[in-house]
Each structure stands twice: as C-alpha cells, then as structure tokens.
Design a binder for this molecule. Structure first.
Ligand code: GLU
Length: 373
C-alpha cells in the first residue's frame, strides 16, 4: 500500500514522540524523518500530523502526569508546541542530501477549519501550495489553544483523517503504540486476534474498538475507528501500525504487521460523489457548443467557452453547467467568485492575470471538480 500511494498523511501519536522521561525521542524522530525524506525522494507527497504539544507542555508547566483541565491542556499545548516543532525542524532539516533541502511548514488547525467552507478552502489551498514545493513537509497539529470544548477534535486521529480527506490523500497511516485493531484488548486477552484487513466498519468492528464513542477504547482505538470511517468514505486507505521502533515507515515497507482499512473507491470518485450530491448550486454557467464538446471528451472548462454567468457564488462553490438552450449538463466547483468569473468569461486563459491582476487557475472548473449528468 505504501509503495503505490502517492499522497500520504502520517499521524504520530504522543506516546511515540515523547519518551518516558517526558522529552522528545530524538533518535527515533530522526529515523522517522529519514524515512520521510526517502519517500519524498521517491516522489511521494507527505503530510505529517503530530501530537505531543500537550505532553511536552505539561512538563514545561510542571503539571506532572495529573489529569488536566481544558484550560491547562490549552496552556500546555501553547508551551509544548514550540519544543515539539523545534525537534521536528531539526530532524527534518538534517535529512538534506546532495543539496536537496527539506523543511517543515507548520499548520495549526481546528475542527472549524474542516467545517466552515471558507476556512476549509483556505486550509486546503495552503496545503496544496506547500505540496507543490518538493522541499516542504507540512506538519500539522490541532490549534488546541483556541479550540473551544465543543469545537475541538481533541484527538489527532480524526484531525488526520479530515486532513487526508481535505487534500484527497490516498493513504493515511496512524502510528501508535499498538499494531492494529484486535478482536479484543490484547493487553488483557491473550486470544485477541489482529484484524489485518477491514473492508467495512460494522457494529462488530466498533465493538472490537471498545464501542462507538467510547473515549477510552482499546488503546484509543475508538477514535481510530472514527478516523477510518472518515478516511474510507473519502476514498483514502488507512493503516494502523505500531510505530515505536526506529524507522517505522521502513518497517512498514518491510512488512511489519498492521491493520489495513480499505477505502471505498478513490479520492477522486469520493470527491465527485460529493459534488454530485451537493444540494444547492449557487449559480449557473452557460457554455458554448465547443465547450460542450470539450467537456464531453473529459476536458476542463476554460473561461473562453463560457457565454453567461448567473448567481452569486464564491470560489469553491458548486455551480450548474448548462448549454445554450438551458439544458443541464452537470455541475462543478468553480475556481473564481462570481464577480471575477464574469470579468474573464469569453477570454483566453493567458489574459486572466491581466484582467484580474492575479490568476488562480487557467480553468474555470477543473475536470476533477466536475460531474457530468
Ligand atoms: N493536539 C494534541 C497535542 O499535540 C494531541 C491530541 C492527541 O493526542 O490526539 O498534544
């Protein structure tokens, strides 16, 4: 799975990155960074979701190991994010080889960033822009200090799944302190069997994980199953593997045991399914006969083929696509807001920048963002 995946989100749990002494496990982190660098050299796109800020911060603030109140967790996250990131920076930066530099880029997200449409698009565009640069590894954590109780993910498993969905990743790896989903808790039941391949999350799967919504679960398994549901529906395969030993990605390539959750379809099919089901198109784009033919042969919609635009929409909204007779051809996510789109219709893509003063894309609707009826 790891060899064929192109865009991979890797989630690192606190228990891996922080040692029993409360400090970052530097040697392990450096071995992970080397694995990531190797995957980058093979042309893969990697995004990391890392925990550990609260765990490191609780020591900075001398909270010890006691249960923390929400405000204390937020304070610990603020104090711990910097030492966490310093270690990530050092580990990644030291992986340069023959002048190939690698740098991390920090992104702190809240659950709201995956719900609120504008923020979602901003986060997605930032990630896409970072991924275009082969030297950059985006490293994400929850923005614990601002997320209120109701709006928190609270765990990075689901955050990582949302990120995988946001960027259309084809693989999500959750590295944790357990090597996968077991039929029962392996710490208390010696007969527990590792589930190697899961095609569907059934009530039995949920029961194995300690029940839906349980906050304890089998080694935090309940949140991993929630993450699997999000990832699988988004067309993204998911792996749970034990990551505690050095070179965890290399170990996975070598075939270390793990659980694999199989996606339903591809990220692209999941995206198209979502577009097809979007309820309220915000506008209508009328296109000429040449553009109709182009779309039917699988091309994107260029501004040059558009004759009229109606409706008030923002960039990223769903719009209907119609021919000159008003016949509905399909729908898609538009790359420009209504005001900008109106100014560039009928024009060549090379003219976009001159007309608007900026250019996002050559196309008005990309073929990956379009579903024909
Ligand atoms: N955002 C939390 C931290 O960095 C981690 C949440 C989790 O462990 O899933 O400490």
């Amino acid at each position: 799975m790891l060899t064929v995946a192109k865009r991979i989100v890797i989630k690192i749990g606190s228990s891996l990155i922080i040692g029993e002494d409360g400090h970052v496990r530097k040697e392990w982190l450096s071995s992970l960074a080397q694995d990531i660098a190797e995957l980058k050299r093979c042309g893969k796109e990697i995004i990391v979701v890392t925990s550990g800020a609260v765990g490191l911060g609780r020591h900075v603030l001398a909270y010890g190991m006691r249960k923390l109140e929400l405000e204390e967790k937020q304070a610990a996250a603020a104090a711990g994010q910097i030492p966490l990131f310093i270690q990530w920076y050092k580990a990644i930066e030291s992986c340069r080889e023959n002048g190939d530099y690698l740098y991390p880029a920090q992104i702190l997200l809240t659950a709201d960033d995956s719900i609120n449409r504008r923020r979602y698009l901003n986060a997605r565009n930032t990630l896409e822009t970072l991924l275009e640069n082969p030297s950059i590894i985006p490293i994400i954590n929850e923005n614990d200090t601002v997320a209120t109780a109701e709006l928190r993910f609270g765990d990075n498993d689901r955050l990582a799944a949302r990120v995988a969905q946001m960027v259309g990743a084809d693989l999500l790896i959750l590295f944790s302190d357990i090597d996968g989903l077991y039929s029962a808790d392996p710490r208390t039941n010696p007969n527990a069997v590792l589930q190697r391949k899961i095609d569907e999350i059934t009530p039995e799967t949920e029961a194995m994980a300690g029940g839906a919504g349980s906050s304890v679960g089998t080694g935090g398994m309940a949140t991993k199953i929630s993450a699997a549901k999000i990832a699988m529906a988004a067309g993204c395969n998911m792996i749970i593997a034990k990551g505690i030993e050095n070179h965890p990605l290399q170990k996975l390539l070598d075939g270390v045991k793990h659980s694999l959750f199989i996606a339903k379809g591809s990220p692209l099919s999941a995206r198209k399914h979502w577009i097809a089901g979007s309820l309220h198109p915000a506008g209508t784009i009328t296109i000429d006969a040449g553009a109709v033919r182009a779309l039917q042969t699988g091309k994107s919609l260029l501004p040059a083929g558009v004759t009229a635009i109606s409706g008030e929409f923002e960039r990223g909204d769903t719009v209907l696509i119609c021919d000159a007779n008003g016949f509905k051809l399909g729908r898609g996510l538009i790359s420009y807001n209504a005001a900008d789109a109106k100014r560039i219709i009928g024009k060549k893509s090379v003219e976009i920048e001159q007309i608007l003063g900026f250019k996002r894309r050559d196309v008005l609707i990309h073929r990956d963002d379009m579903v024909l009826e």
